[in-house]
Design a binder for this molecule. Structure first.
Ligand SMILES: Nc1ncnc2c1ncn2[C@@H]1O[C@H](COP(=O)(O)OP(=O)(O)O)[C@@H](O)[C@H]1O
Ligand SMILES: O=P(O)(O)OC[C@H]1O[C@](O)(COP(=O)(O)O)[C@@H](O)[C@@H]1O
Length: 315
């Protein structure tokens, strides 16, 4: 079973708009609502793949009830932690030229009792988990060391941990040696405090995260593909994508693909790339089913193109 932990879930609202004009009334041409948050999306993708997952998440207020209903409709097993504050709503504005603008709300502050209940729920649900995926930003109330504590507890219980977060929450958790971390290019650049211009820059940054404690780094580089750097070396994976519809949740879909395929090595990287490529061709944060995947379009190589200039460099 793959357990996911999303301390700050969301109701994701996507509006399709012709283009963004500041200060104007913009009429949306389409809208959709998805249950969101990075771990929630991992659970949606794992469920879409026909594998068992349980999603632990705080839920509160009317948006929280809606997230619960949407997850129920998708057949996702949830271990909810009831909280007094309302679950946040995150907005994505998808322009017709493919540019996406996101507004992520801070979310409710968790009280001391709610924090304790969240940790206790993670502990209870961890019993038959082979992997625990801890994903997304931390809500107010949780200390930046929160994920570090979850990693330490999971390892003590014999589970492996995948961590997808950023900033201090990521840096503090590295000391507990998470089995895999999944930064995107911006998060990787922020973690090492340097810009990334080439694939080689990303490899060096990933190696630095390993020196700081990560056992493996699955770095997603948007349109440029993905890198896996672990104790035995580095691999680069990419896939041809015809039309990008929405990249919301593409990283989450990738992480799910990686874990479903065992969570280590080049085959897991290939699955991560296939899941990311499929996700960007679906609307909103819809997660791919096996029928959406095109493994033949994926290339994985140990000959990492170190000098390749990134299409989406991070300055
Ligand atoms: N514009 C794109 N074209 C092709 N593939 C993409 C594109 N954007 C994302 N992907 C695929 O989805 C994966 C995850 O996307 P990325 O933007 O790196 O992650 P995140 O959603 O975490 O920010 C990428 O590594 C790639 O495989
Ligand atoms: O916890 P954060 O960093 O605010 O991110 C939450 C958002 O991330 C998502 O999981 C999307 O993930 P990506 O940013 O990887 O595309 C949304 O569902 C959610 O709105």
């Amino acid at each position: 079973m793959i357990l996911t932990v999303t301390p700050n879930p969301s109701l994701d609202r996507t509006y399709e708009v012709p283009s963004l004009e500041r200060g104007e009334v913009i009429r949306a041409t389409g809208e959709r609502m998805d249950p969101g948050g990075k771990g929630v999306n991992v659970s949606r993708a794992v469920t879409a793949a026909g594998r068992r997952t349980v999603a632990v998440l705080p839920l509160g207020g009317a948006p929280g009830a809606l997230v619960a209903d949407l997850l129920d409709a998708q057949g996702i097993e949830v271990a909810p932690v009831p909280v007094a504050g309302a679950t946040r709503s995150n907005i994505a504005l998808a322009e017709s030229d493919g540019v996406l603008t996101k507004i992520n709300a801070p979310g409710p502050e968790l009280s001391a009792a709610e924090q304790e209940l969240l940790l206790e729920t993670v502990r209870e649900q961890s019993r038959d988990a082979s992997w625990i995926a801890c994903c997304g930003s931390l809500p107010r109330g949780l200390a930046p060391s929160w994920y570090a504590e979850v990693v330490a507890r999971a390892h003590a219980g014999g589970a492996r941990i995948a961590l997808d977060t950023s900033g201090r929450a990521l840096l503090e958790a590295l000391r507990e040696r998470p089995d895999v971390v999944k930064p995107n290019a911006e998060e990787l650049a922020e973690a090492v405090g340097r810009p990334l211009a080439t694939v080689g820059d990303a490899v060096k940054a990933a190696e630095e995260l390993r020196e700081m404690g990560a056992q493996a780094v699955l770095a997603s580089l948007g349109a440029d593909g993905q890198l896996l750097v672990d104790g035995s070396g580095a691999w680069f994976g990419s896939a041809h994508v015809k039309v990008v519809r929405s990249n919301v949740g593409a990283g989450d879909s990738s992480l799910a693909g990686f874990l479903i395929a065992g969570g280590s090595g080049p085959e897991a990287l290939a699955s991560a790339v296939a899941h990311g490529a499929a996700a960007v061709q679906l609307p909103g944060s819809e997660m791919p089913t096996p029928d959406d995947l095109d493994p033949a379009a994926v290339t994985v190589t140990a000959e990492v193109p170190m000098d390749r200039v990134l299409k989406e460099p991070v300055s």
